[in-house]
Design a protein around this ligand. Structure first.
Ligand SMILES: [Fe+2]
Length: 462
C-alpha cells in the first residue's frame, strides 16, 4: 500500500525540475575512465605506494523525482601511486543489482541483504579487503585492486545485522566497531563488532524508538558510543515518493548512549543532549575521571528544510563532555565556522589525541552543500587553528591523513584529498604536509575532468 502510494506520488513529481544534487558541480559522470600519464605539480611523498580511493553517489540515470543526494548509485574513484609517482586514475560504478535494473552493467555476484544494494558512502581496507560501504542495511561490496566490484561482502557469512559506512578500528585491539540500523526495524539499532581478521564477533541489539538514522559511532576503551538523535524514519516521506525516508523529528528525544563494550546491553548509559544532529565525529575518548569527550561537527537540525539533500543549521566544530554519573552531555563550541568531514590520525581513534583536520562548509545559505572552501587544522592541545583556502572556485572534499610510517608520531605525515576546480571543471588530488597546511599543497595530481563531490575516501596501502 505504502509502496503503491510512493510510486504514484513519485510519478506525479516534475521530471524536468533542476535538482541541485544532479546538476552543476553535482552532475554525475557517465563514463568509466582509465587515465594514465597524470600530470603532477610539485612533489608527491616519495615513499607512498598504494591507492587513494574515494566514493560518492553518481546516479546512473538522472531522475529528479524523489531523488536525494544520499541515495545515488555508488561510484568509486581511485588514484594509484607507486613510489610517489601516479600510475593511473580509474572511476568505477559499484556493480549493484540496482544499477543493472537501470540498464547498467551486470551486477556483481554474492547475496544481498534486504533487497537493497546501493552502496555509495565509504571505502576502506578492513581485514585485508577493500570494502565499499553504506549504512541502513545493504551488505558492503568487496573491490579488487582496480576498484572493480568483486562480490558482496558479508564477513564470511557472519553478518546478519545491518552494517554501517563508518565502522571504526580500535587501534589498541585491531577490532572494528559499528553502530548500525535499518528502516525496517524502527525499534532496534545494533552494535556490530568485527575481529581483526574479519570475523563477526557480536551483533548486539539495542532498543530504541522511532527508527533513528545513525550515521556514525564512537569508541573509547570501555564504551561504544551510540548517537540516538532526532533524525528518524518518516513513513510520510516514503508515502510522498521521496527516496530518502529520514526527516528531522522534534518529538524524538536526543541522547547519547555509552554502551559497555564488555558488559550487557541493558547497562547502556543514556545521557541527554540538546536536540541536534551529527554525521561525523573527529574522535571520541575517555578521560581519567570516567567521562567521555566527543569532538564532532554538529547541526542544530538536519533534514528539516527540504527533501533533496542534507540541510541544516551547522553549528561548527564542537567538543561534547559526556558525564556517565549525571547522565548529561555538555556541548561547547571549539570553532563556530561551519565545517564537515573531520578526520584525524586514525592510529589515535578512541584515544586522547591532539590533531584534527576538517574542511569548511558553506552553511545554510548554500543549498547544494558545497562551495569554495578552506582546509582547517586544529591543534586540540594548544587551541591553535591553521587554515588553507583552496582558492577561487576551488571546492575541497574530505582530507585524510596518512602517517609517514607506522611508527611516526601523531600527525607526522601527509594529508590528501580531492579539490574540484569549478572554473574549468577539473579536479586535483592535493597533498599537504599535515602539520603545515598553511604553506599550501606540496604536490598535486591533476585530473582533466570533474570528480563530482562525494563522501569518504581512504588511503589503501599495498
Ligand atoms: Fe559519513
Amino acid at each position: 500500500m505504502i509502496n503503491a502510494s510512493a510510486s504514484i506520488n513519485r510519478r506525479f513529481k516534475n521530471p524536468f525540475r533542476e535538482h541541485l544534487f544532479l546538476s552543476g558541480i553535482h552532475a554525475p559522470m557517465t563514463e568509466e575512465l582509465l587515465l594514465e600519464a597524470l600530470p603532477v605539480t610539485g612533489e608527491l611523498p616519495a615513499t607512498l605506494t598504494g591507492t587513494y580511493a574515494r566514493i560518492g553517489p553518481n546516479p546512473y540515470k538522472v531522475d529528479p523525482r524523489g531523488h536525494h543526494w544520499f541515495v545515488g548509485d555508488g561510484m568509486v574513484h581511485g588514484i594509484r601511486i607507486s613510489n610517489g609517482q601516479p600510475q593511473w586514475y580509474r572511476n568505477r560504478f559499484i556493480k549493484s543489482q540496482a544499477l543493472e535494473r537501470q540498464g547498467g552493467p551486470k551486477a556483481a555476484c554474492g547475496p544481498r541483504r534486504g533487497g537493497r544494494d546501493t552502496v555509495n558512502t565509504n571505502v576502506l581496507k578492513l581485514a585485508g579487503k577493500t570494502l565499499a560501504l553504506v549504512e541502513s542495511g545493504p551488505f558492503p561490496f568487496e573491490l579488487d585492486e582496480y576498484l572493480d566490484t568483486k562480490e558482496s561482502a558479508h564477513f564470511n557469512g557472519g553478518l546478519s545485522a545491518p552494517f554501517s559506512a563508518h565502522p571504526h578500528e580500535d587501534p589498541k585491539t585491531g577490532e572494528w566497531h559499528a553502530v548500525t540500523y535499518e528502516p525496517e526495524s524502527p525499534n532496534t539499532v545494533w552494535h556490530v563488532a568485527i575481529s581483526p581478521d574479519g570475523q563477526v564477533l557480536s551483533e548486539r541489539k539495542i532498543p530504541v524508538q522511532d527508527g533513528p538514522s545513525i550515521h556514525e559511532c564512537g569508541i573509547t576503551d570501555d564504551y561504544v558510543i551510540v548517537f540516538d538523535l532526532p533524525v528518524t524514519f518518516s513513513l510520510s516521506a516514503v508515502a510522498q515518493g521521496f527516496n530518502f525516508p529520514y526527516r528531522w523529528n522534534k518529538e524524538h528525544t536526543a541522547r547519547v548512549g555509552l554502551l559497555p563494550r564488555r558488559g550487557e546491553v541493558e547497562d547502556i548509559i543514556w545521557c541527554d543532549v540538546d536536540p541536534c544532529y551529527l554525521f561525523h565525529v573527529a574522535n571520541t575518548f575517555q578521560n581519567s575521571d570516567g567521562s567521555v569527550t566527543i569532538d564532532c561537527c554538529a547541526y542544530e537540525t538536519m533534514f528539516a528544510h527540504g527533501p533533496d539533500g542534507p540541510n541544516g543549521d551547522p553549528c561548527g566544530f564542537e567538543r561534547w563532555h559526556v558525564d556517565p554519573a549525571t547522565k548529561q552531555v555538555t556541548r561547547t563550541t571549539t570553532d563556530r565556522a561551519p565545517q564537515e568531514f573531520p578526520r584525524i590520525d586514525e592510529r589515535f581513534f578512541g584515544q586522547p589525541y591532539r590533531h584534527a583536520w576538517v574542511v569548511s562548509q558553506p552553511g545554510e545559505t548554500v543549498s547544494n552543500f558545497v562551495a569554495e572552501n578552506t582546509l582547517f587544522h586544529y591543534d586540540m592541545e594548544t587551541g591553535q587553528k591553521k587554515t588553507h583556502h583552496f582558492g577561487q572556485g576551488m571546492v575541497g572534499g574530505e582530507f585524510i591523513f596518512v602517517p609517514e610510517s607506522a611508527t611516526a608520531e601523531e600527525a607526522k605525515g601527509w594529508l590528501m584529498g580531492l579539490v574540484i576546480n569549478m572554473e574549468n571543471d577539473t579536479t586535483e588530488l592535493q597533498f599537504f604536509d599535515a602539520l603545515a597546511i598553511e604553506r599550501g599543497p606540496t604536490g598535486i595530481i591533476h585530473l582533466p575532468h570533474r570528480v563530482p563531490p562525494g563522501f569518504h575516501g581512504n588511503w589503501i596501502p599495498d
